[in-house]
Design a protein around this ligand. Structure first.
Ligand code: HEM
Length: 389
């Protein structure tokens, strides 16, 4: 949890693997780093989410997140999940392909316009705006309103970090987002459109999602699909920039883009860790018995580099044949938006590589990582574009 550890956790993960798939800490909580062990904890119903008790306590941002599907336990989780899955369908994701392509084309045009002197920031120009544009489309948020979400989502995701503490800016962001979505829900109930807010608000009208749950889940969909996807795009490009020999291969179609994206997810997971709590006694993981009430940190980023699961796990190799990263989680809470995130990356990378064949790391500015433990990505990723003559 030190700045150096957050910047480069991988040597620490390797050391954790040496200790075994599950380790106990001085405060009796557990760290789970093995691939099979993380997979088991995420799938086993005896492990669930730790929500604050009583559920009303906590600051605004935490309270909001605790009302959402992400932090719900049975039976609330199943109820919310089936409602959300009913409207957030594979068809709805597939329908977002043309909007994603148009958004990427537009952002790449702006990227090249902004490359004064050949240098510009990929995060600022593409990786941040693309997911918020696509989610805005999904939710039916008017284009003009989307810009204000970036700082709010960044502040609110503090509540998704492991410490459980949230800053006052996270609380302020929660209030502002609630103040934005509450009237939007009212509008869509009165005049429904073909968007997710309207679809979920209709179900809530039947009394199945409370108004507070509806608000919490809409805000979750915005923030859960935003910075995570931003990080997938940034982490993927950073890998390409550091390995020029690789950029040619996906561009020429030598590496299927899907394999490349799965390997980016494995190698530099946008979400590095998730929490669970043991909800009953008698649970065992990798031979370690876990008493009821214990907290466990699942190190997804470490599980994805488990030498017991992957040969030479610290090597980036998009031609691996059996890449099944745990980056979207597993089990009941597996990411609702995983297909959407993959779609955005599958649209963005090929277009980026074909439009800018000479794209390279900027020589005068270095990339800066966001100083975060759970959501791993870049704040800035300066790139060099040679203007076309
Ligand atoms: C859940 C990762 C994109 C919506 C999760 C979980 C992970 C994750 C690890 C499980 C959390 C847990 O088990 O505690 C990611 C990554 C993404 C991404 C790495 C991008 C690369 C998206 C997108 C959306 C989304 C685009 C929606 C627009 C959700 C929701 C949940 C979730 C609603 C909660 C599901 C539940 O608790 O049942 N995501 N996500 N995510 N994700 Fe994503």
């Amino acid at each position: 949890m030190t700045p150096a550890g957050r910047t480069d956790p991988f040597p620490l993960y390797a050391a954790a693997h040496e200790l075994g798939p599950v380790s106990v800490l001085a405060d009796d909580s557990f760290v789970v780093c093995g691939y099979a062990a993380v997979n088991q904890v995420l799938r086993e119903p005896g492990f669930g989410l730790a929500t604050t008790t009583p559920p009303d306590s906590g600051t605004g941002a935490l309270r909001l997140m605790n009302r959402s599907i992400l932090r719900a336990n049975p039976p609330d989780h199943g109820r919310m999940r089936s409602l959300i899955s009913k409207v957030f369908t594979p068809r709805r994701v597939a329908d977002l392909q043309p909007a994603s392509e148009a958004a990427v084309d537009d952002l790449l045009r702006q990227l090249s316009d902004a490359a004064t002197g050949g240098t510009t920031d990929f995060m600022d120009r593409v990786a941040f705006p693309l997911p918020v544009t696509v989610i805005g489309e999904l939710l039916g948020v008017p284009p003009g309103d989307r810009r204000r979400f970036r700082p709010l989502a960044a502040d609110l995701t503090d509540a998704l970090e492991l410490s459980g503490d949230t800053s006052t800016s996270a609380d302020a962001a929660a209030r502002e987002l609630a103040g934005y979505f509450a009237p939007l829900i009212g509008e869509r109930r009165a005049a429904p459109g073909d968007d997710l807010v309207s679809a979920l608000a209709r179900d809530a009208g039947d009394g199945r999602l409370s108004d507070e749950e509806l608000l919490a889940n809409l805000i979750l969909l915005l923030v859960a699909g935003f910075e995570t996807t931003t990080n997938l795009l940034g982490n993927g490009l950073a890998i390409l920039l550091n390995r020029p020999e690789l950029t040619a291969a996906p561009r020429a179609g030598h590496i299927p883009i899907a394999g490349f994206i799965e390997e980016v997810l494995r190698y530099d997971s946008p979400v590095q860790a998730v929490n669970r709590r043991a909800h009953r006694d008698g649970l065992t993981v990798a031979g370690v018995s876990i008493p009821e009430g214990s907290d466990l940190i699942q190190l997804i980023g470490a599980a994805n580099r488990d030498p017991a699961r992957y040969n030479d796990p610290n090597r980036f190799d998009p031609t691996r044949t059996d890449i099944r990263p745990l980056s979207f989680g597993a089990g009941a809470h597996i990411c609702v938006g995983n297909n959407l995130a993959r779609l955005e990356a599958a649209v963005a990378f090929p277009k980026l590589l074909s439009r800018f064949p000479d794209l390279s790391a900027a020589s005068d500015r270095i990339p800066i990582r966001r100083d975060r433990l759970v959501l791993r990505g870049y704040q800035t990723l300066p790139v060099q574009i040679t203007p076309r003559l």
